[in-house]
Design a protein around this ligand. Structure first.
Ligand code: GLY
Ligand code: MN
Ligand code: MN
Length: 429
């Protein structure tokens, strides 16, 4: 019986053999990358393997690891061995995966690449002198990465489960009056990871900090009766990420009503992310949806059409609706519309949109509308937009709450999306 992993490997071999044929190559080497050091220090930056290499193996890859592909042959994994009593031993992971691989162990000084064929291309952070230049190869393989195999989707289901467990613990910590740091630690503990293992640094913002899109600080201050928690944090399963945001509040007030309505809108957007839909159109629908919420919640008195014409929704929702998700949280190829690498950049009114492709079955994407009260943008609106129709007293009332983002990860299907995040929350509850 073939496993999900073996099926995944067969898809990758097919993709890369097609690339070799297309570019007239005899071999491709994918390098995980090397460690890099802090300036004038002997500590390294956290290491994330290059996604092109990581994609091939069912465990997290370390540095100096290479995948060697030759037409018609089993792939070869070149595994680093170290004469090193400072660090834990680094054995090749055991498991059934080995059946499909040639495994070569190599010391740093070993010339494992000496007998590679002449037309060998290289993908990875450090170029090697033996490799032939192959300009279009990266775009060719990046394009295909957007459509996930069942093995990859299963990994993201697991990553979603761990992420959801973390979010539930974070909510409890918020309700118990904990600081941002304590909430983050509760998230990490429940999602069973250290901060360095997170797919991206978790964003944990209380109150006004919820209005900072990529708020990085984690305050140790406990805020009595904190109003809002916005937490954007995920987990990963051998490199595949979940990217989840939830916003909680303490009281059943107008801000809570806004959260609930944004949540309804977000779930509707998730359901409409089916194959054949242009993601740009979903983003545009979201801007109209935000305008409707602003009107309904008496934040802006202008009609939806008037708000869109004056770009009022972008003041409150200044980022894109979502992005491709995979081994990289903002996965590669979001603006790439073909294998040749043709780019389709976002429209001028949505400059931060990371995904401009038409959705295809088994793409995994995020859907993450937000509604924030960001002082800088509100000041800008007041200065630049005449007759903006916004109720400044009402905005002042909402400002101490910061803002809202709700983010789910969905698998695109032909008729009904699989919402990995909602399923994970309902299973974990
Ligand atoms: N966590 C970053 C993002 O949502 O895109
Ligand atoms: Mn995201
Ligand atoms: Mn996120």
């Amino acid at each position: 019986m073939t496993t999900l992993y073996q099926e995944h490997l067969a898809v990758l071999i097919n993709r890369y053999e097609n690339a070799m044929t297309h570019f007239g190559l005899d071999a491709i080497v994918l390098a995980s990358g090397g460690k890099s050091y802090y300036f004038q220090d002997d500590h390294t930056h956290p290491f994330h393997a290059y996604s092109g290499a990581q994609q091939w193996l069912p465990f997290t890859l370390g540095a100096e690891t290479y995948v060697v592909l030759k037409m018609g042959e089993k792939p070869t994994l070149v595994w680093p061995v170290r004469d090193d009593f400072w660090h834990a031993p680094n054995p090749v992971p055991s498991g059934d995966w080995q059946q499909n691989w040639n495994i070569v162990t190599a010391k740093k000084t070993d010339k494992w690449f000496a007998d590679l064929p002449n037309k060998t291309a290289w993908l990875g952070p450090q170029a090697m002198p033996f490799a032939v230049a192959c300009d279009g190869l990266k775009a060719y393989v990046d394009f295909a990465k957007a459509v996930k195999t069942d093995f990859e989707i299963q990994a993201m289901r697991q990553a979603s489960m761990r992420g959801a467990a973390g979010h539930l613990a974070a909510k409890e910590a918020f309700l118990a009056g904990m600081s941002e740091l304590e909430i983050h630690l509760a998230f990490l503990k429940a999602s069973q990871q250290s901060a360095f293992q997170e797919p991206y640094p978790g964003i944990v913002g209380l109150d006004e900090h919820a209005a900072v899109l990529h708020y990085e600080h984690k305050s140790i201050e406990q805020v009595a009766n904190s109003r809002t928690l916005l937490i954007d944090a995920g987990a990963n399963e051998h490199g595949y990420a979940s990217d989840i945001t939830r916003t909680f509040t303490r009281h059943d007030d107008d801000f809570n009503a806004l959260i609930n309505d944004l949540d309804v809108m977000e779930q509707k957007l998730c359901r409409s992310a089916i194959s054949g839909v242009a993601f740009r159109d979903l983003h545009q629908n979201t801007l109209a949806g935000i305008a409707a919420l602003l009107l309904e919640h008496k934040i802006c008195a202008l009609s939806v059409e008037e708000q869109l014409a004056k770009r009022i929704p972008q003041i409150f929702f200044p980022h894109g609706l979502g992005h491709l998700l995979g081994l990289q949280v903002h996965d590669v190829g979001g603006h790439q519309i073909d294998q040749a690498g043709t780019l389709s950049m976002p429209d001028e009114h949505a400059p931060f949109l990371r995904l401009t492709r038409t959705l295809e079955q088994n793409m995994v994407i995020t859907i993450e509308p937000g509604l924030y009260f960001i002082p800088m943008l509100i000041d800008k609106m007041q200065a630049e937009v005449s007759n903006h129709g916004c109720d400044m007293a009402r905005i002042k009332y909402f400002m101490p709450y910061g803002g809202i983002r709700i983010e789910d990860n969905v698998v695109v299907k032909t008729d009904q999306t699989e919402n990995l995040t909602r399923i994970a929350f309902s299973t974990t509850l």
